[in-house]
Structure formats: C-alpha cells, structure tokens
Design a protein around this ligand. Structure first.
Ligand SMILES: Cc1cc2nc3c(=O)[nH]c(=O)nc-3n(C[C@H](O)[C@H](O)[C@H](O)COP(=O)(O)OP(=O)(O)OC[C@H]3O[C@@H](n4cnc5c(N)ncnc54)[C@H](O)[C@@H]3O)c2cc1C
Length: 493
C-alpha cells in the first residue's frame, strides 16, 4: 500500500486548462482542506504553455461550458482571459455555396493570459505550485499509484507522494503511457486518432468585406478535404481586426491526399496556403505585446477519438487531452477540460473525505463525466470516421440537400444529427438519394450506429465490476465502422 503519510493529498502533473480547473474544483469542494501540488514544466511566468511554440489553440469555447464552471465551482471568467465574444459558428461547404449556422454564444480565450487567472484561482484554495519541473514517471506500491517522480530545470530530481495523482499533462502524456500498475486505462492511442493542427494569431487591416472569410461576430469553419484532409480550416475572430486562423489534418489523411495528387504538402504549408487564399486577411502582422508574444504561430497535436473508456486506477486519474477528451469531430478540448476537471475535482474531494482513493473510490468520475459530457463522444468518433470517407463534392451535395434545421440544432445541442432528409422513407428525396446513394446510406448508417453507441455509453457501469463486459459491447459496436468507412483515396471522387 502507499505511504500512510504522503507529502500531499493530491498531485496534479500538468498545469494547463484541465489541471488548473481540476485544482480549483478540488479546492472548492474540499473547502480548501485538501493539500494539492501542481507540477508543471513551464517557467512560473509562463503557466499553461503547451509547447515551445506557445499556448497553441483555436481559442474558441462555448458559453455553455463557462456557465457550467460558474454554476459548479463559482468561477466566472471575464476580461482579459476571455478576449472576444461570438454569436455562433458558420460552417461552409468546400464550394462555399452552402453555409450552416450553429447558433450558440461562445468566447475566444486568450490562452496565454487565462492560466495566470487560473493559477490565482487555484492558489486561493491553498494549491501549491512547483514550476520548472517535468513529471517523468508515476511511482507505485502494491498495485497503487503513490505519486510522481521527475526532473527540475536545474537538473535535480524529485519524488513526491500523494493519495491521488492526476495526469493532466496534455496530448503528449508519458505518465499514462508508462502506467506502472495493471489498470483498465488504455495506454496507447492509435496515430490515426490524432490530428495535427496549427494556427496563426494575427492583427490585420481588412482588405475586403467578405463575411465568408472573416466575420467579427461568428467563428467560421471551412470544410475542404483538399486543404484539410480529414479535418477542417478555421477563421475565428479575436476582435474586429484580430484573428486566429488555422487548420487541422489527420496525418494519414494528409499522406493519402499527397499520394493521390502527387503533392508534398505538410501541415505548415497547408496553413500558409489557407492564409494566402483569404481575401480579407491580407495586410497582417503577428502581435508582439505581452498578451500575445510567443504565441502567434504554432502547431500541436490533438486526440480525436472518444475519451479513454476508463479514466481512473488505484490512486490515479487522467483528465483533459491526456484522457483523449477533445470532441472527435472538431477537436474542441476546452469544454471537455472544463467539464472533466470540474467533475474530477468533486469526485477526488469526496474520495479524500471518504478515505477511499482506490479505483472504486474514484470510479464515479467515469460515470459522471460520461453522463454529463462524454456520452456522445463515441458516436462523434463514428461520424468523424464517416466524414473522412467523403469527397468535397459529396460534402457540397450533402450540406445542400441532406442537412436539415433539426440536424443543425442536434449538433448544437451536442446530440447526434438524425439526417432525416437522407431517408428513403421520404418520397420527395428518392430521386436525389438515388443520385447520391452511397452518401445517403453512409449518413443513415452513422445515425443508426450513433443511437446504439449513445445508448451503450449511457449504460456505463456504476462500478469497475461491469466494465469489461461493457467495454466489449462498445468495441463490438465500433469495430464494424472501422471496416466500413474506407479512407478517401479508395473512394471515387
Ligand atoms: C491548434 C489547436 C487548435 C485548437 N483549437 C481549439 C478550439 O478552438 N477550441 C477548443 O475547445 N479546443 C481547441 N484545441 C484543443 C485544446 O487546446 C486542448 O484540448 C486543451 O488545451 C487541453 O487542455 P489540457 O490541460 O488537457 O492540456 P494542455 O493545454 O496541453 O496543458 C498541459 C500542461 O501540462 C504541461 N506538461 C506537459 N507535460 C508535462 C510533464 N511531463 N510534466 C509537467 N508538466 C507537463 C504543459 O506544459 C501544459 O502546461 C486546439 C488544439 C490545438 C493544438
């Protein structure tokens, strides 16, 4: 068993979006009683920085998730960590002939400034910080995670023990990968379930008034299987003359697209092409003030599968990108980090109070996250796989003819769309569907699969006992889709 007198109640490795919210939630729910240490590799004056390239993100999140945070742990973000409000998201078809509005207020974070606020929030509850410290390995004793060891920036090593250790180190986590105890947490992610993403943050003088290329009130998503194979491109406003512009691609999707067209593009060359093609953002510069310096150009990776089927072990939990939480269809990971961190913080505070930080004692985190935010993620994984198989022409057609207002509302509500307009039962659609038979069939198949996946997720086992049977059921349901949805370069254009 672990030490009876550990150094801390909780150690959180990684002080990014998920780790800092988890700390605040533990503080809130334990009324500041829990002794929490955050270990982060960044310098103290650069909290939350993801990589050498900065706080790389599209920066957008929904008001709904920020309201959840305020309602559950009393933290309401404002200026300067929230930089700009938006009214919704417009998604454009590759030919730009169709646009679909996903209504719902949201905000653009300043990801460089937000962690400063979040560190202050966590400190209010007594959270301690060790900056300049890289967590390298989990320590264990008798089937229980007992803490973490690592190296400080001066080269010295450290080992600290805790009743609960949390891996919030983001998408490059090595802690999870080298878990030293047997557990139900999956250690490895399939490289095909990771997208490469990158973006610029730019000040600019608008060169034209073309709302399909920049809109100060709406986020814009451009679907384009040529420019962003198996991903998408975005233009998110950070002010009237400031923008976050970038794109995400699947590595294998890009390799297939390059092979197919005899090209040699990489993520950065695609981002640069996308920027060069924008008729509004012409005369631009990378802002160099404190709020932006070191954070205006960067690429990083995001997991886009469903979250880890199990996120706890004895004395251990994963949260945020390390738990593969981002939404599979759009790689949005801020909301999941908010929901996941808030829920995990409460479960950990309760487990400490009850004196049971075992897998069983922490299990409620799995259940609550699934029931609150995680239940549609497996179905979005299927929708993502399906979207990877369609051509630009099919997307143009599908957005024009098959997407209904109800589908849009469903996606906005985080539910899966029904694509009822692609149903054979609708006689008016027969002619259209016969022309696009495979598209209609694929859409209907994802709807059917999605309904059963949501149903499986909503019956997530209440204790570790039922996990193995539950997971087999989920995997059986998912396996068929991998086989069915062939990659784009074997599908006729
Ligand atoms: C280009 C891009 C665009 C995106 N756009 C959006 C968007 O518009 N909306 C959205 O919702 N999501 C978006 N995402 C995803 C979102 O940024 C992430 O989901 C989110 O930051 C995850 O938070 P996290 O705390 O889990 O990880 P991170 O933010 O990566 O934080 C991890 C922290 O741990 C530290 N760390 C890492 N390893 C160690 C270690 N071994 N020891 C100690 N410390 C360590 C890091 O330095 C960092 O401080 C985007 C991602 C990218 C890359």
């Amino acid at each position: 068993m672990g030490s009876s007198n550990p150094d801390y109640d909780v150690i959180i490795a990684g002080g990014g979006m998920a780790g800092l919210i988890t700390a605040a939630s533990i503080g809130h729910h334990s009324k500041g009683k829990a002794r929490v240490l955050i270990v982060d590799r960044n310098r103290k004056d650069e909290p939350g920085r993801k990589t050498n390239n900065g706080w790389t993100c599209g920066d957008a999140t929904s008001k709904r998730s920020l309201d959840y945070l305020a309602d559950h742990i009393g933290i309401r973000y404002g200026s300067p960590e929230l930089e700009h409000p938006v009214k919704g998201v417009y998604v454009y078809s590759p030919d730009r002939a169709s646009k679909v509005l996903f209504e719902g207020e949201g905000y653009l974070f300043n990801r460089k400034l937000a962690p400063r606020r979040q560190v202050a929030d966590a400190r209010k509850f007594g959270t301690e910080f060790m900056f300049g410290a890289t967590a390298e390995r989990l320590t264990s004793d008798d089937g229980q995670i007992t803490g973490v060891s690592g190296r400080k920036s001066d080269g010295s090593t450290f080992t600290y023990s805790a009743k609960v250790t949390i891996d919030a180190t983001g998408s490059s986590s090595t802690l999870r990968r080298f878990m030293p105890i047997p557990s139900m947490i999956e250690k490895e992610i399939d490289p095909d379930d990771v997208v490469g993403t990158g973006r610029y943050i730019l000040d600019f003088e608008p060169a034209a008034d073309r709302k399909e290329f920049f809109d100060p009130d709406y986020c814009i998503i451009h679907l384009d299987q040529f420019l962003a194979p198996a991903g998408y491109c975005w233009v998110f406003p950070k002010g009237k003359k400031k923008v976050n512009i970038g794109l995400g691609v699947s590595h294998s999707g890009l390799a297939r697209r390059n092979r197919r067209f005899g090209l040699n593009d990489n993520l950065q060359s695609l981002i640069d092409k996308y920027l060069a093609d924008n008729p509004v953002i012409k005369s631009y510069s990378q802002p160099a003030d404190d709020a932006n310096s070191g954070n205006t150009k960067g690429n990083w990776q995001v997991p886009v599968r469903r979250h880890n089927d199990c996120m706890v072990a004895n004395g251990f939990a994963v949260v945020g990108d390390s738990a593969w939480m981002p939404r599979p269809i759009d790689a949005g990971g801020i909301s999941p980090a908010i929901y996941g961190g808030t829920i995990l913080g409460k479960v950990v505070a309760d487990a400490l109070e009850a004196g049971d930080t075992s897998e069983v004692g922490l299990w409620k985190y799995n259940v609550e996250y699934m029931n609150t935010h995680g239940y549609p993620m497996a179905s979005f994984e299927v929708l993502r796989r399906y979207l990877q198989t369609v051509t630009n022409d099919q997307i143009n057609y599908g957005m024009k003819h098959f997407l209904s207002e109800e589908d849009v509302a469903a996606i906005t509500e985080r539910k899966h769309p029904e694509f009822n307009q692609a149903r054979f039962m609708n006689p008016a659609m027969w002619l259209r569907i016969l022309g696009q038979y495979s598209l209609a069939r694929g859409l209907r198949y994802t709807v059917k699969k999605s309904a059963s996946l949501v149903e499986i997720n909503l019956s997530y086992p209440e204790s570790p006992k039922g996990f193995s049977d539950w997971q087999k059921r989920l995997e059986r349901e998912l396996a068929e889709t991998v086989e069915k949805f062939k990659p784009l370069d074997v599908v006729a254009a």
